[in-house]
Design a protein around this ligand. Sequence first.
Ligand code: 5GP
Ligand code: MG
Length: 181
Amino acid sequence: MRILLDETELKEGVLRLASEIDDFYGNKRHLTVIAVMTGSLVLFADLIRRLSMPQRVGVVQASSYRGGTKSGDLHVDSKMMIDVSGRDVLLVDDIFDTGKTLDRLQQMMLDSGATTVKSAVLLHKNREHSVAMRPDFVAFEIPDEFVVGYGLDYLDMYRNLPYLAVLEPDEIEATALESQP
Ligand code: 5GP
Ligand code: MG
C-alpha cells in the first residue's frame, strides 16, 4: 500500500480542522455533531475531543459503496439519529467524493428542522462532484484514487490502519479473497 498521509500528518490535519470549527462557532454555543457512519468513526472520535464548545453527539449511517470501489446507490439509516430540530448541526464524514452523501444528509437535517447545517470532512477528492454543495471544513485535498485507513474501508477492512493509504488494483483483488469468512 502506498501511504498518502501518515499518523503525524493526520493528527495535524485533525487539529487544523478542529481549530477552524472552533473559530467559526466560538466555544459558547451548543453544537450537535453527527458522525456519518461508518467511515468517519476514527476521525469523529479524534475530532470531537479537540472541539471546545459543549456538544450533543449523534450518528447516522450512510452507505453507497456496497462492497465495491465505485459509488453506488445511497442508503441512509437514521434509526440512531438524535433530535436536530432547532439545533446547529455539524455533519462529520470521512471523505467528499461525488458529494451525494453529504448533500442528501444536509437536506435531511434541514427537513428535520435543524437551524443550521454545516459539514466537515477529513478528505476532499480532487474530481468533478455531482452536487452543488461543498463541505465547509476540509482537512486535506487528495487525488482521485481509492484510499483506505483511518476509518475508510474496502469490504469493511483496513478501517483500523493509523495511516491513510492508496489501495492499488492488485491489492483490491487480494482483499476480496482475504476478507472471505
Ligand atoms: P460521496 O457520496 O461523496 O460520493 O461518497 C462519500 C462516501 O463514499 C464516503 O463517506 C466514503 O464512505 C465513500 N468513499 C468515497 N471515496 C472513497 C475512497 O476513496 N475510499 C473509501 N474507502 N471510501 C470512499
Ligand atoms: Mg461514508
